[in-house]
Design a protein around this ligand. Structure first.
Ligand code: NAD
Length: 455
């Protein structure tokens, strides 16, 4: 099938590459010339396991092209996926300017029937706005070309995006044109048929419910994390091991084990902004989402948990102190630094006078870029960060190690080396990677999240 993907970021590039892998003829559009140049030069602009190979294979086979040519992109695809960013506006609501710009571009150039698919995460009612934006452009040029707008939110996880796209646990399609045989429904069914061979994975619903489903999923996952973080903070007070509690409750099938890890807060491009956007939607309708309000507040506080533990141990003034930080990305297997907890910790430590040495397997370049923005008010502090090429090199002469991202490479370090390279054998573990009893056996002072069992 002929597919256009508008927005070649994490979601757009994965969607385009995976659909090309299945034999479709894919045109990826982006307004960012740098990204398109990298892709046309044989590289990929993001770190995502397995993606480079899929892109290279399909580029070589001529099944995927990358361009900034809007008219050509509209001409190409019978199905046009909108996969542009929907960042938070100043008030937390989803900023739809990129989605609507993409829609207007389609309206400006389309000359035949198109199925327009909202893949971006967008608030309830956005499909109507997309429809109106396209219709407005068509009316201006007195065109009566027909189109359908469908909602198909994406559930892939960064770090496992190719695998998630290729083996989805569900495919949500909102299609108001619900009669069997309608063109939009038939085309979406045909497109997703290869994913749907052994089990029925498509959940057909109306457009507004599909838009809402994506927010409900992310809000639920964020809620589980904030719930565990709040309990972990109490566990620290009362001498309880939150990891034991996690196992104890997760084995109940009504609860399950996923997304119950206490830590130093969730980040990324989705949970924070989607929780906020759902709250703003509720406000527009005169409702307060009290649970989600707290989920967000707990998470903001939780991003300070490592800093607070460090201040409690070393005092508020960290002048002359030096810390090692393992992990910068908001989660492992990605270079995405959006809303990463490491940014809060770095800000706290540097502004309190400390110097830091950081290591992340893939996110250091992206970190340098975002930290320039974070420290726009105090750029001189950036020289107090050094970037180590491997985790052990970050440790030299540090007063303590703080772990922010649970990269696999951090899980079983040589603790003799860790101890000998640190000035003090002190670890603040924001992801509960180690066992407190093992750490005490190694004479390492260990501060996990919710693991202060009274002995
Ligand atoms: P991203 O920032 O990585 O990519 C968006 C791309 O769209 C950018 O490359 C940008 O240059 C491009 N763009 C903006 N306006 C454009 C236009 N008018 N025409 C063509 N290209 C344009 O964003 P992302 O992480 O891929 O997220 C995209 C959407 O998918 C968001 O709504 C997000 O919430 C949702 N989503 C993201 C994830 C994730 O893990 N990243 C998962 C599920 C859903």
């Amino acid at each position: 099938m002929k597919i256009t993907i508008i927005g070649t970021g994490y979601v757009g590039l994965v969607t385009g590459a995976c659909l090309a892998e299945l034999g479709n003829d894919v045109f990826c559009l982006d307004v960012d010339q740098r990204k398109i140049d990298i892709l046309n030069g044989g590289g990929i602009p993001i770190h995502e396991p397995g993606l480079e190979e899929v892109v290279a294979r399909n580029r070589a086979a001529g099944r995927i092209v990358f361009s900034t040519d809007v008219a050509a992109s509209v001409a190409h695809g019978d199905i046009q996926f909108i996969a542009v960013g929907t960042p938070p506006d100043e008030d937390g609501s989803a900023d739809l300017q990129y989605v609507l710009a993409a829609a207007r571009n389609i309206g400006k150039h389309m000359n035949g029937f198109k199925v327009i698919v909202d893949k971006s995460t967008v608030p309830v009612g956005t499909a109507d706005k997309v429809k109106a934006a396209i219709q407005g452009e068509l009316s201006q040029r007195a065109s009566d070309v027909k189109f359908s707008v469908v909602s198909n939110p994406e559930f892939l996880k960064e770090g496992a995006a190719v695998e998630d796209f290729m083996r989805p646990d569900r495919i949500v399609i909102g299609c108001d044109d619900s009669t069997e045989g309608s063109t939009a429904r038939a085309q979406m069914k045909a497109l997703y048929m290869p994913f749907n061979r052994n089990h029925e994975r498509i959940h057909w619903m109306d457009v507004r419910s599909a838009e809402f489903t994506k927010y409900a999923a992310n809000a639920m996952l964020a809620t589980r994390i904030s719930f565990m973080n709040e309990l972990a903070n109490l566990a620290d007070q009362v001498g309880v091991d939150i990891e034991a509690v996690r196992h104890g409750i997760g084995s109940d099938p009504r609860i399950g084990h996923s997304f119950l890890y206490a830590g130093c807060g969730y980040g990324g491009s989705c949970f924070p902004k989607d929780v906020q956007a759902l709250e703003r939607t509720a406000q527009e309708y005169g409702q307060q989402l009290m649970i989600l309000n707290s989920v967000e507040a707990v998470n903001e506080k939780q991003k300070q948990v490592l800093g607070n533990k460090i201040f409690k141990r070393f005092g508020k003034d960290l002048s002359g102190k030096h810390f090692a930080i393992w992990g910068l990305a908001f989660k492992p297997n990605t270079d995405d630094m959006r809303a990463a907890s490491s940014r809060v910790l770095l800000s706290e430590l540097l502004r309190a006078g400390a110097t830091v040495a950081v290591h992340d397997p893939v996110a250091m370049e992206e970190a340098k870029r975002v930290l320039e923005l974070d420290f726009a008010d105090a750029p001189q502090l950036l020289k107090n960060i050094s970037y180590a090429v491997n985790p052990m090199d970050a440790l030299d002469k540090a007063d303590a190690l703080a772990i922010v991202t649970e990269w696999k490479a951090f899980r079983s370090p040589n603790f003799d080396q860790v101890k000998s390279r640190l000035k003090n054998p002190v670890i603040f573990d924001g992801r509960n990677l180690f066992e407190p009893s093992v750490m005490s056996g190694l004479d390492i002072e260990y501060h996990g999240i919710g693991r202060s069992v009274l002995t």
